[in-house]
Design a protein around this ligand. Structure first.
Ligand SMILES: [Zn+2]
Length: 283
């Protein structure tokens, strides 16, 4: 909480989460940068938009015209995130992250499984970076005026640092405090530079130097991780959509393999598994 309750700050250190994503999905540096920002953004949004619902999740789907193709990042209030990049290794690896994502559409879905209808909204991706797009989403769809800062620092041997901060301004915020906070954000060094040198708590202290703030409740802290929720049952489920003839074809070819797009885990199904689907499909 900052400036006497005028602002709320949520910060996330996601170095380990993004590095896990890089390793599991074999991401090139620019893909790590893009997905790392999206994963961090989804984790921050899941906390920010938490309406006291235990299982709320947020999914970001970035559909830009850049070489990375579709990017999906999903996170829940408990701090678990997972993601996907359609082209994890683009041909031109020198592209900056904004051009690698490109312009297009950003879809934000939030929901509370298993019950409850997901809430979906779409805005344009304007090529100014994930943080800017999320700021526009929050202002437009959620009526929350905010600033989103995201950073990923890649090294040859992996992710050196990743994290993000979202600053929410409450409607009663005074003009002076808005002015002060805006100036601090504007003059702060890039987040990835700060994250390289210090923990996220100290990054917050550096960015908001001269502003008053305090941590209101340490029980709000949650450990963040890259966690995929796939299982053999979930991997098998899409195969039920195949027609009996197509399933028969698969059986003739022996084992069928399904690869989870979020974690790379491979599920092998034998004839009997498919026959079980087959008999259901026939019924
Ligand atoms: Zn998985």
């Amino acid at each position: 909480m900052a400036e006497g309750g005028d602002f709320r700050i949520i910060a996330a250190q996601t170095t380990h989460t993004v590095e896990t994503a890089r390793q599991l999905l074999d991401l090139a540096p620019v893909a790590t940068d893009a997905l790392g920002r999206a994963l961090t953004g989804s984790l921050l949004l899941a906390r920010l938009l938490d309406k006291n619902v235990k299982h709320q999740y947020v999914t970001l789907r970035l559909e830009g015209d850049g070489p990375l193709g579709i990017i999906i990042a999903e996170a829940n209030v408990a701090g678990a995130a997972r993601g996907y990049v359609a082209n994890p290794v683009p041909q031109d690896e020198t592209l900056d992250v904004r051009r690698a994502i490109g312009r297009g559409l950003l879809t934000v879905v939030r929901g509370t499984p298993p019950a409850g209808k997901p809430y979906t909204s779409q805005i344009t991706l304007e090529g100014g970076g994930v943080a800017q797009d999320l700021t526009r989403y929050l202002a437009g769809s959620e009526q929350i005026s905010s600033a989103v800062l995201l950073g990923v620092l890649n090294r040859r041997d992996g992710v050196a640092a990743a994290g993000g901060i979202v600053i929410q301004s409450f409607p009663h915020a005074s003009e002076e405090s808005i002015d002060r906070v805006e100036k601090r954000i504007k003059h702060a060094p890039p987040l990835s530079t700060l994250l390289q040198k210090m923990r996220i708590e100290d990054v917050v202290a550096t960015v908001f130097e001269g502003c008053s703030y305090k941590q209101i409740d340490s029980s709000f802290n949650v450990p963040l991780s890259y966690t995929c929720t796939c299982s053999p049952e979930r991997a098998l489920a899409p195969l039920a959509l195949f027609t009996p003839d197509e399933l028969r074809d698969m059986i003739e070819h022996g084992e069928t393999e399904v690869v989870c797009q979020f974690c790379g885990r491979k599920y092998r199904f034998e004839k009997d598994d498919l026959l079980a689907l087959h008999s259901k499909a026939d019924a």
